[in-house]
Structures are given as structure tokens and as C-alpha cells.
Design a protein around this ligand. Structure first.
Ligand SMILES: Cc1cc2nc3c(=O)[nH]c(=O)nc-3n(C[C@H](O)[C@H](O)[C@H](O)COP(=O)(O)OP(=O)(O)OC[C@H]3O[C@@H](n4cnc5c(N)ncnc54)[C@H](O)[C@@H]3O)c2cc1C
Length: 381
């Protein structure tokens, strides 16, 4: 994809946010309504295929562009980036680890948004401790029989295809070698969707429990046809997921910041605009610097990913830093808006409620720190 076309796509996304998202977000968010029309519009714009090669019908954009798109969408509503988040992660995993049959079968339809994907990794007892998952896929002559459940699954009820992470060997040591990834379809016998969770933020987008009771799937739905490779596949996928979560954090922070700057130019106290108070200037300067630093970390991780390099360290740092500063900036935006920031009349309180998810999702920030420290001590840094 040449630079000019990528720029046009990003400019189209900015217009979409301005014209289609801003007018409806308040109602959808407050009432926890899935943004069906906005999701369909994103499909029309090709956004479900942003990281799928053109060969399979996608836009084949770089991760740098993907990050920019996630940032722009999150400036309008972070939940829209959520709809695309694990979808793009699943697309990445299928294109990079799937068999040619799996790529042909799913990628063209994932590109158009005709089918939408999610990631089924977390379980009720096991989030950070990925190797502790209990969902088990038993190999039979015709396929696999899967039993277990998944928790907190984004796109759980609206998704049609899930990368399902399950154990295929309970005895093997180390445990991660017993983990495999499967392509689970929403029509599979024995698969059902449990309750939709009621959340602080990230509203509208569906977060559900997935249940597998003697769920039968054919052998050709084992990702890449390789048992025991699931841990490596999903950890690689999560590196891209962390770039998108970091980019979302930058988007939410940027919007909270821009509204704050505007507000300081209008609000008067003690006979002058609050922008003239040095203490307000100090907050604004700190916010601006944090956003710039977060943005640079995201761009660095995305650029390295575009070079085909491993980016667990860089995407971990970008996700850790961006999400923490996003939370701080949303709080500062509320400070600057005074009492009005605390009301539902302005979007600041929504940003404040959306920000913590980026600290928790795609691996908590404590897990990011463990990962970064491990790489530091391996002398890779
Ligand atoms: C809205 C939402 C959407 C989500 N979407 C998806 C999805 O689409 N697919 C999916 O698979 N999952 C999804 N998740 C799950 C998410 O990835 C997990 O919640 C997250 O990884 C944390 O797991 P946990 O909730 O089990 O917390 P736990 O792992 O139980 O952690 C609890 C606390 O202990 C800390 N902790 C854990 N282990 C350590 C350690 N070794 N050292 C130090 N501290 C530690 C954690 O950082 C955290 O503070 C979603 C979650 C939410 C809230």
C-alpha cells in the first residue's frame, strides 16, 4: 500500500469519527447499545481487513497505519477500536500461522467484515496465567471434542469466528507445549455464548462468556495443523494486540487533552482565562509531553513490527506507558474541567471510565513489567 493511499484511508477514518461517531456515541455508550451501524460502516471502509494482505482481500496496511487508525477511532469511541482489536489479532494469527486452506477459507470474509473474529484465551480462573487454562480439546478420529469455558471475550456474541486457545496435552512439561489454537465457528455444535458482562466502560461492545460442551470441530480447524504450537502463536498475536491497545490509549488521551486545551481557552476564573494560570499551564505541558512520549513508543513498536521483528519488549513498553499515562491524562482532563468534567454532559467522564481497560487488557501492566524486566535481564535491551 503506498503512502498516499494510506494517508487517504486515515483521513477517511478521521471523517468517519467526526461525521458518524461523534453524533451518536453518547446515546450508544450510556445505554450500552452495540453500534451495529457504525460497525457496518467500518466494514464498508475496509477496516476489518486493515492488516490482511491484499492477496486475501484486505488492505494490507502497515502496523504504523494500523496504530494510527486505532488512535483515531479511539478519539471518537474506544469501543469501536475494541470491535476491531481482537478481530485484527485473529486475522494476524490466521495469516501468519494458518494453513493455506485456513487462510483461503477465512481471510477474504474476515477482510470484508462478513465474518468477525475474537480471541478466546482468558478463563474465569486464569487470565495472566495463560498456562493455567483448563479448556481441553480431545483428539478423536474425525476431529476434536472441546470442553471448557472462556471469560471476558470481546465480540463474544457478535463474533462468528474465534481463535480458541485450549490444552491438547495435560501431561507435557513445560505446560505451554500442551497448548494449541483452534478456529471455532459460532455455528459449531456444543458452542454457546453465556452472559454479556455489564462494565464500567468499554460499553456497547459485547464482552461475554463462551461455553464449550462436547463441542465438536473438524481436524482442519487446528491452527496451522500443529498441536502444541498455540502458546507461541498466541503470544506473537498478543504483540500486535498490545500495539493496538497502546494506540487506543494514545487516542483517548489525545481527545481528553484536546478538549482540555479548548476548555482552558474559554473558562474564566479570578478575572482571566484559566489558560493564563501557570498551574494549569503546568498540567497542560505535562499532558502534552506524556502524549508525545506515548505516541513515539507506539510508533517505534509498530515500525519494528513492520520490519518483521519480534516486538514483545517494545509493544510491552508502549502498552505499559501509554495506558498508564492515558489514565493520568483523563484524570488531569477532569481536573481541568472542574465540576463539569465529572458530569455526563461532557465526554471526559467516559474517557476516565474507558482508560482502565487499557491497563488490564491484552496482559495487565504488572505482566508487562515482568516481561520487560525479563528481557532487560536477558541483555536484549
Ligand atoms: C473488558 C474486557 C475485555 C477483554 N477481552 C478479552 C478477549 O477478547 N479475549 C480474552 O481472551 N481475554 C479478554 N479479556 C481478559 C483480560 O485479558 C484479562 O482480564 C487480563 O489478562 C487479566 O486477567 P485476570 O482478569 O484473570 O486477572 P488475574 O490474572 O487474576 O490478575 C489479578 C491481578 O494480579 C496481578 N498478577 C497476576 N499475576 C501476577 C504476577 N505473576 N506478578 C504480579 N502480578 C500479577 C495482575 O496484574 C492483576 O493485577 C478482557 C478483559 C476485559 C476486562
Amino acid at each position: 500500500m503506498n503512502d498516499e493511499i494510506s494517508k487517504q484511508i486515515i483521513s477517511t477514518v478521521k471523517n468517519f469519527v467526526k461525521q458518524d461517531v461523534h453524533p451518536v456515541v453518547k446515546n450508544l455508550e450510556e445505554n450500552d447499545i452495540y453500534p451495529e451501524d457504525l460497525a457496518n460502516k467500518m466494514a464498508e471502509l475496509g477496516l476489518f481487513g486493515i492488516n490482511i494482505s491484499q492477496k486475501y482481500g484486505g488492505l494490507g496496511l502497515s502496523y504504523k497505519n494500523l496504530a494510527e487508525i486505532f488512535t483515531e477511532l479511539s478519539r471518537g469511541w474506544m469501543s469501536l477500536a475494541g470491535i476491531l482489536g481482537t478481530h485484527t489479532l485473529a486475522c494476524y494469527m490466521i495469516e501468519n500461522y494458518g494453513t493455506e486452506f485456513q487462510k483461503q477459507q477465512y481471510l477474504p470474509k474476515l477482510s470484508t467484515g462478513e465474518i468477525r473474529a475474537g480471541l478466546g484465551l482468558t478463563e474465569s480462573h486464569s487470565g495472566s496465567d495463560v498456562q493455567g487454562i483448563k479448556t481441553f480439546a480431545k483428539k478423536k478420529s474425525e476431529g476434536y471434542q472441546i470442553n471448557g469455558s472462556k471469560m471476558f471475550i470481546t465480540n463474544g456474541s457478535k463474533g462468528n469466528l474465534f481463535i480458541l486457545v485450549a490444552k491438547t496435552n495435560l501431561e507435557i512439561n513445560p505446560k505451554y507445549k500442551g497448548i494449541s489454537c483452534f478456529l471455532l465457528e459460532d455455528s459449531d455444535q456444543g458452542f454457546s455464548v453465556g452472559k454479556k458482562l455489564d462494565k464500567l466502560g468499554y460499553r456497547g461492545v459485547d464482552t461475554c462468556e463462551l461455553i464449550l460442551e462436547d463441542c465438536e470441530i473438524p481436524l482442519n480447524r487446528l491452527l496451522g495443523g500443529e498441536e502444541g504450537a498455540g502458546f507461541r502463536q498466541v503470544m506473537d498475536g498478543l504483540e500486535t494486540g498490545r500495539i493496538n491497545v497502546a494506540a487506543r490509549s494514545v487516542g483517548v488521551a489525545k481527545e481528553a487533552f484536546n478538549l482540555s486545551v479548548e476548555y482552558t481557552k474559554q473558562r474564566e476564573t479570578f478575572g482571566k482565562k484559566i489558560q493564563e494560570h501557570q498551574m494549569i499551564q503546568s498540567i497542560i505541558a505535562t499532558m502534552a509531553t506524556k502524549i508525545e512520549a506515548a505516541d513515539l513508543l507506539v510508533k517505534k513498536a509498530a515500525n519494528l513490527k513492520d520490519q518483521g521483528l519480534r516486538v514483545d519488549l517494545e509493544s510491552g513498553m508502549a502498552k505499559l506507558y501509554s495506558s498508564e499515562v492515558c489514565q493520568e491524562i483523563c484524570m488531569d482532563a477532569m481536573r481541568i474541567h472542574g465540576g463539569y468534567g465529572y458530569t455526563k454532559d461532557l465526554p471526559i467522564e467516559r474517557f476516565y471510565r474507558d482508560a482502565p481497560l487499557m491497563i488490564i487488557g491484552e496482559g495487565t501492566n504488572e505482566i508487562m513489567k515482568l516481561l520487560i524486566a525479563k528481557r532487560v535481564y536477558e541483555n536484549h535491551y
